[in-house]
Design a protein around this ligand. Structure first.
Ligand code: GLU
Length: 310
């Protein structure tokens, strides 16, 4: 039974307290040096519902690096722009590999397993770079509109840090290009990819901006169609099978919601027909998922009976 949103505010606060002993479990991502500067004990949670209510607890209004959560926005933009031809260049299967792995990409001839591992998101970045005259501006404008906030920005320190430590991502891009699966120039594609990963948003903004995925593609606040119901279904399906890196199976098994995490410590989870949960806590487990963030999503889903598999 889904509880009233007023009770939820108190519930979120209580859940944060329960997690207090875990706040520093895990390790803050440091392979992008700018991310290592974040205080590890910051924790936030927000829930936005399709009837227009937003609640939160802890640091839910503080911006953090959205990192791979940006892959969700990019995927929707690319689906809208080039339609089903996208699926000739990227697949929709779980990879069973770490998010930044290159091994599979070679034997699968430069076709990424799905759009939410790094190779797939770089491919999507190529689509955006090739099909928008100013893809970075188009991206941030899309996100600002969804969040209803024109102040959302790219964190330039994170961007520079990604650029100077992005050799692994460059290798993925060049390998795909060698198979003819990247159209634009690599530096341009990577610049787009690192820009979208470096956007800073709060839990509240993220939860609000992804409500259309819980509402068959329609933003419940503005009533604008962001994508078709079919594509909202497809994004949710991909997030269910691949959104939590190589821990997606376990997450489906224990929580049962389409979700996406980022190495900045954010997790978003879509509850079709209800709303979006967003959590943030920087320390990550060995898969790259926020330890406390996952626990919090799991607790909310359990408390409110939100699993899509019920
Ligand atoms: N910018 C990060 C990278 O490319 C994103 C990774 C993530 O959040 O999963 O490594």
């Amino acid at each position: 039974m889904k509880k009233d949103i007023v009770d939820l505010q108190d519930k979120l606060q209580a859940l944060l307290l329960i997690q207090q002993d875990n706040y520093t479990q895990g390790k803050v991502a440091d392979y992008i040096p700018a991310l290592a500067n974040v205080k590890p004990d910051l924790v936030g949670i927000s829930v936005a519902t399709i009837d227009g209510k937003v609640v939160g607890a802890g640091e839910y209004q503080r911006s953090f690096s959205i990192q791979s959560i940006s892959k969700v926005f990019g995927l929707v933009m690319a689906m809208n722009r080039i339609g089903d031809s996208l699926w000739q260049r990227v697949r929709m299967e779980p990879s069973g590999q770490p998010f930044n792995s290159i091994i599979q990409l070679e034997w699968e001839k430069g076709i990424p397993r799905n759009p939410v591992i790094n190779a797939g998101a770089i491919l999507v970045s190529d689509v955006l770079t090739s099909h928008f005259s100013a893809s970075k501006l188009a991206f941030i404008t899309f996100v600002r509109k969804l969040a209803g906030n024109d102040n959302i920005r790219v964190d330039n320190d994170v961007y520079q840090s990604e650029l100077t430590h992005g050799n692994g991502n460059a290798a993925l891009a060049y390998l795909m290009k060698s198979f003819g699966n990247i159209e634009a120039e690599i530096p341009e594609v990577l610049s787009h990819y690192f820009t979208q990963c470096s956007i800073a948003m709060s839990c509240q903004q993220l939860a609000k901006s992804l409500l259309f995925l819980a509402n068959k593609g329609v933003d419940p606040i503005t009533q604008k169609t962001i994508c078709t119901a079919r594509d909202a279904h497809r994004v949710n399906a991909i997030l269910s099978t691949s959104g939590m890196y190589d821990q997606s199976g376990e997450f489906a098994f224990s929580v049962g919601l389409p979700a996406k995490s980022g190495v900045g410590g954010g997790v978003i989870a879509v509850v079709p027909g209800y709303g979006v949960i967003c959590t943030w806590s920087p320390p990550l487990n060995s898969f790259g998922n926020s330890v406390v963030g996952m626990n919090l999503v799991a607790s909310v889903a359990e408390e409110l009976g939100l699993s899509i598999y019920h």
